[in-house]
Design a protein around this ligand. Structure first.
Ligand code: SF4
Length: 262
């Protein structure tokens, strides 16, 4: 299949995980909408045979919210890069999470803006290099999972391209979750982030994921906090809470009752 991704890019693996998860939970292709913004990851919907929307930078969740509100029976999935989702789209992320609207959001998180040649993103670790941080990034990165949880997301998980089977499981659970579900998937960009930071090629970057990921159960049993650079993978948080379009159906019902009485 012709595609735009560089050799070794992690985004094809993440897209494969999403497709396997959709297949596993049996979503109806004709009832499923995939929405993306702008960036290397946001080209993925163009390679999938669903109803898809390739929208403007940072606005995938705004468009997806409109789709879900217009027809709550649809399965709505958002694909977004970390720059798209956490920077220009950060406000949409926190409010979609706060509303607990049923949108499964998969972040293709490569710690950079790949499409525009490697500017630093809100997920670039402190000290790493980028085209806009040639002397080292002085910003502190978000923990996107903690951000989503703090904003009100009711399902939060993290996978990587190395842990593809786990990532399929996590996305499948997100697709079945009745509320805002957020899955952060670490995905290597060897072309800009890897090369500029001397991390090796795709294999070495995936090996780094393997060596530094800590399953959430092990991390929570340990009396010590995770050392710097290590990160948790797995299902980090899940809770049940009222879903936004269900609540809005109640608003419509109350409005109809009032009109009938008037
Ligand atoms: Fe993937 Fe990076 Fe190439 Fe974009 S620039 S396709 S993120 S490897």
């Amino acid at each position: 299949m012709p595609h735009i991704w560089c050799a070794g890019c992690g985004h094809g693996i993440v897209m494969g995980c999403l497709i396997r998860a959709i297949d596993r939970v049996g979503l109806d292709k004709n009832r499923t909408v995939i929405v993306s913004g702008i960036g290397c990851s946001s080209r993925a919907p163009g390679y999938m045979d669903f109803d898809t929307l390739h929208t403007t930078h940072g606005r995938a969740l705004a468009f997806a919210t409109g789709v879900k509100m217009a027809n709550p029976s649809l399965n709505v999935i958002v694909i977004a890069g970390d720059g798209d989702l956490a920077a220009i789209g950060g406000n949409h992320l926190i409010h979609a999470a706060r509303r607990n609207i049923r949108i499964a959001t998969v972040c293709f998180d490569n710690s950079t803006y790949g499409m525009t040649s490697g500017q630093y993103s809100p997920m670039t670790p402190t000290g790493k290099f980028a085209s806009t941080a040639p002397y080292g990034n002085i910003d502190r990165p978000f923990d996107l999972c903690e951000l989503a949880k703090g904003a009100g997301a009711t399902y939060v998980a993290r996978g990587t391209t190395y842990h593809a089977s786990l990532t399929v499981n996590l996305i499948a659970k997100a697709l079945e979750h009745n509320g805002f579900a957020f899955v952060d998937v670490l995905s290597q960009c060897p072309t800009y982030y890897g090369r500029r930071n001397k991390l090796g090629g795709a294999v070495e970057m995936m090996k780094w994921y393997k060596d530094n990921a800590v399953p959430v159960q092990a991390a929570r049993q340990s009396p010590e906090p995770l050392p710097p650079g290590r990160f948790m993978i797995g299902e980090l948080f899940t809770v049940t809470a009222p879903e936004y379009t269900d609540e809005y159906a109640g608003v419509l019902e109350r409005a109809r009752e009032r009109e009938t009485r008037a």
